[in-house]
Design a protein around this ligand. Sequence first.
Ligand code: HAM
Length: 433
Amino acid sequence: MKITSIKGFADVLPGEVELWQTIEATARRVFSAYHFAEIRIPILEKTELFSRSIGETSDIVEKEMYTFPERYGDVSATAKPDVVRDSATVTLRPEGTAGVVRAYIEAEMFKTEPVRKLYYMGPMFRRERPQKGRMRQFHQIGAEVLGRGDPVADVELLLLLHDFMRALEFTEPSLQLNSLGCAECRPSYREKLLAFLQQRQERLCHNCRRRIERNPLRALDCKEPGCIQATQDAPSILDSLCSQCREHFATVQRLLRATGVGFTLNSRMVRGLDYYCRTAFEWTTAKLGSQSAVAAGGRYDGLVQALGGPAIPGVGFAIGVERIAMLLKMQERPAFGELAIYVVWVGENARDWAFPVVHQLRQKGLAVEMEGDVRSLKSQMRRADKLQASSVLIIGDEELNKGVAILRDMASKQQEEVRLDNLVAVLAAQRRS
Ligand code: HAM
C-alpha cells in the first residue's frame, strides 16, 4: 500500500525549493545588513514554555499544539496521557519567539551583552485546519531584538521587513499597525471592552462567548461575521493608551513616516499570542485569500521576565515562508536555480571528451547537465529546452576534428564557435561577466 504524507505536512520539491532558497538567502542578506546573528533552537520544547508565553487562552495553546508525553512507555504504565502534568509533556514548537527567549535566558546572554539581535528559520507546527496558505507544518523566518525597549528598535524591524519585501520585488504587502498598550493601561481597556461585549453576548460566536472573561480582546480578532458585526463600534484600544504607550506609539509612527514606509492603523488587530504589548503589526496581502498575513509580530516587553529572566524588553516578527513562496510564484519571476549549460554530444568520442569538461565546469560553479545514454541531437535539444538551459554546447565528431564546440544561446538563438583548448576558461568567464 502507498504511504502518503500527513495532512497539512508537505514536501518542498525541486522546482519550488529554489524559491525557498531565494527567500532564505534574501533574508540572510537583509538580516546581516541590520547586524542580526543566527540562532538555532530545538524543535521540541517543554509544553510549559508555550503555555506560559503564548497564553493558555490562545487558540494555539488551547487546541493547536502537537503535545505528547516525553516517554510514552513510562507514562502510560502509570497514568493516561491526559492526566500527565504539563511539565512532563513536550511540544513541537508552534512558533520561535518562546524558544529564542528561553535560550537567551538559559545562556545568560544578558550578562555579557543584553542587547541581542537574533534570527532563525525553520519548521513550526500547529494543528490548524489546513487550507491554502495554512499548513500544519509550516516554516518561519523570524527575528527577535532583545534588550531594546525604545521605539527605534520597532521601526528598525519594520524597515528590515520592508527591505526584505522590496528585495523580493514585492510592492504589495502592506503594513497594519496597532498598539496593545502595557500592563498599566491594558487592564482598564480590557474592562471597557468586556462591558461592551457583555451587552452583545448573544451576537458573539460560541468561542468568543466562552473566553469573554478570560480574553475579551480576542473577540476583535474573530473572523466570524456575527462577531465582526457585533464589535464594529467597540471601544478602540488606541483611545485607552497611557501617556508612555501613546508617546512610544507616536514615535513609531513618526519614524515610519520619515522613512517613507506606508502603514494603516488597525485598532482591531490584537494578534493571537498573549505575550504582546505596545506595537503590534502584520504585513498583509490581498492575494492569498483569507490567509492574508505574510509576516507578523510585535513587542513583548514582559516575556523574558515571565519565563524566569530579568526584566528585559523584546520585539520581533516572523515571516511565513510558504506564503512568501506563493506570492513569488504569482510574480512569474524567471525560474531560479537555472541551468547554465546543457551539453549536447553526438557520438562516443564526443561523450568521452565532454564528460571531464562537464566536471571541470561544475567545479567552476556552473550548473551543467549532460545525458549518459545515446540520444538523437533533436531529442537532446528538446531536453535542453525543457530544462530551460541558458546555453547549449554542441559537440560531435566534426567539431572534435576542427577543435571547436558550438555554443548556442537559447534565448537569442545565436551560435558561436568556441575553441576546445580554452573552452572551460571562456565559459567560466562568460558566466561571471
Ligand atoms: P504568528 O502571527 O503566529 O506570529 O505567525 C507569523 C507568520 O507565520 C504569519 O503571519 C504567517 O505568515 C505564518 N504562519 C502562521 N501560521 C501558519 C500556518 N498554519 N501555515 C502557514 N503559515 C503560517 C508568530 O508566530 C510570532 N512568534 C511572531 C513574532 C516573533 N512575534 C514576535 N517575534
